[in-house]
Design a protein around this ligand. Structure first.
Ligand SMILES: [Zn+2]
Length: 255
């Protein structure tokens, strides 16, 4: 099974802060925080991934890079803005001339985000954002506007629910595309530890599920890695995201 490749685009960055909200909070930073949680979760489910940026400074061209990387899916992460403080809530956007794949992705992600806990459901909007209109037809894409930068409650929800939002986005993608690898739970970490401690050895098939390195040997690090995934942290720790390698690597291990 070929894993779908998902491009995660943290909106704005470099000299463009995006919307600037209460206490000079910058949209570009919030978008990146969410993107950095979404990427390892997608990788842990066996998807290939790529990111426009992993820091504030970047040189990647958004859509061109996604096309060059053969991405199938494009998630553009943003937070919303209006001039006053009245705007609040969550919305998902597709281009006006959306494809059925764009729509399926937007519907699934939207539903999961609403479930995750938002202030107000603003629905799915059809707006010709330049990023979305420049995507080729073969890439399904949508933009998420995760609350308003000038609304205090939206900001609180963003901070409190950041990990839930990341999981919701991944779940939405899985709803449409399936996931090559089932979601890990703490039971998986426990099974690895019992195997490592020689209390309850795993069989070959079970070992393959956790054998990220492909060398047939499980250590406590494999359990730690799964716990990091569950916690919404990068599974490889400080090594940072692996662009378009993690998904394939995990896939090989699970094959
Ligand atoms: Zn934005």
């Amino acid at each position: 099974m070929k894993a779908h490749k998902i491009w995660i685009d943290a909106g704005h960055g470099n000299k463009d802060p995006g919307a600037v909200g209460l206490n000079n909070r910058r949209e570009a930073d919030d978008n990146l925080r969410l993107a950095m949680l979404v990427e390892p979760l997608l990788r842990a489910r066996g998807f290939g991934t790529g990111m426009t940026r992993t820091a504030n400074n970047f040189t990647t061209s958004r859509v061109t890079a996604a096309m060059n990387a053969n991405a199938d899916i494009y998630l553009s992460l943003h937070r919303n803005d209006n001039k006053g403080e009245s705007g609040h809530g969550y919305e998902t956007i597709t281009k006006e001339n959306f494809s059925s794949a764009d729509n399926a992705l937007a519907q699934a992600v939207h539903r999961r985000m609403v479930e995750a806990g938002i202030q107000r459901d603003r629905g799915i909007k059809r707006i010709n954002l330049s990023t979305l209109t420049s995507l080729p037809a073969r890439i399904a894409g949508c933009t998420l506007e995760v609350g308003f930068m000038r609304n205090q409650r939206d900001n609180e929800l963003f901070d409190q629910n950041l990990q839930r939002y990341a999981r919701a986005i991944v779940q939405g993608v899985c709803d449409v595309y399936g996931a090559p690898i089932p979601e890990f739970t703490t039971i998986d970490a426990k099974l690895i530890m019992r195997h490592v401690a020689k209390i309850e050895p795993l069989n070959i098939e079970q070992i393959k599920r956790y054998d990220f390195d492909g060398n047939g040997v499980l250590t406590a690090n494999h359990a730690l890695r799964i716990l990091r995934i569950i916690a919404g942290l990068d599974p490889k720790g400080s090594a940072g995201p692996v662009i378009f390698k993690g998904g394939d690597e995990v896939l090989i291990a699970a094959a």
